[in-house]
Design a protein around this ligand. Sequence first.
Ligand SMILES: *Cc1c(COP(=O)(O)O)cnc(C)c1O
Length: 422
Amino acid sequence: MKKTPFVTLDQVKKITADIPTPFHLYDEAGIRRNARALKAAFSWNPGFREYFAVKATPNPYILQILKEEGCGCDCASYTELLMAEAVGNTGHDVMFSSNVTPEKDMRKAWEMGAYINLDDATHVEFLEAVCGGDMPETVCLRFNPGGSFSLGNTIMDMPRDAKYGMTEDQMAGAVNRLMKLGVKHFGIHAFLASNTTANDYYPELASQLFRLAVRLRNATGAHFSFINLSGGVGVDYRPEQPASNIAYIGEGVRKKYEEILKPQGMDDIAIFTELGRFMLAPYGHLVAKVLHQKHIYREYVGLDACAADLMRPAMYGAYHHITVLGKEDAILDHVYDVTGGLCENNDKFAIERSLPRIEIGDLLVIHDTGAHGYSMGYNYNGKLRSAEVLLKEDGSHQLIRRAEKPSDYFATFDFTDFKFGE
Ligand SMILES: *Cc1c(COP(=O)(O)O)cnc(C)c1O
């Protein structure tokens, strides 16, 4: 589908009068609309809840909007837990899906009363030690089926190469030990394919996890209270790609639920999700300005944003669509490499991309940066991290994170041996 920005040149000019580029801009209306569509798609399941993967967009203003739409937080670290807590999410508003978990992080999750998702069978004893034997009533276990994960004839991913989760035998053993320690209810979690727009991913994953729940219940007698389908539902980064159809996905999971869990009398199981990308990616733009152009063996357009603001193209060769604001309908009769200013040749947002004729000072929108965008940023080359701005439902804008200043970059030299300029 044709990709159109959620802002116009005039709207962006109003923002840049106030906040200099580059910045990440988020679309409140889009975020809310999409969160409601997800909720509607799973409304057949009374216990359904989305736990937004905080790592995708760790900003309390975003978490607050999602909280208002009924979402909890999925956290994997101490600071992510602190952010969930800051927006008033505690107890079962929080899912703690970590791996290689430090003791301090595990203790914080336990103190908050979060759902704790154990990545490994040895974490049963780890959790017991951390909480001094005062175990949570409900514990979730992360599953790794090994082998390959396929949809039809297509291999989606290779769980056997993934560091996450535990085997089915280990799960059964963990459930038995946890029951002896007083745990009453169990959850099952797995994340088997990332960023997939195949609408059958969730239904197929659900079918595997539902069958697993039946086998584990039969083997241990344990009560399973939720199945966490985790993240992985993808977005259409490319214009020619189909978008995920969340209504179809929800209906697909419902059919598997009716087919597998209901006849087993296990239809009190709640469905949880931990989506990040699907919740936010399309509702974020990286807004940048053209600083320079150069004409050597290729045509280059240099932006005031760089891979420190959006790492996905440099790291994964990921495609992000680009729109030149004010030239939305112009013909794409020029071919450019669109770059940032890092001393790294992979700092390119687009390679040999067909775009309209670009001039210095033009404002560009890089699409689908609302998830795994700002959050993967870094400070290489002393680049300061950008601001985050919320485009509110009423059309006004709000700075929801200021840009870094030199003093932020130098802040961890917490000594008096050197003096830095501003
Ligand atoms: C990254 C992650 C998610 C979110 O993944 P998306 O691809 O953004 O949906 C959810 N759960 C866990 C455990 C993760 O690591």
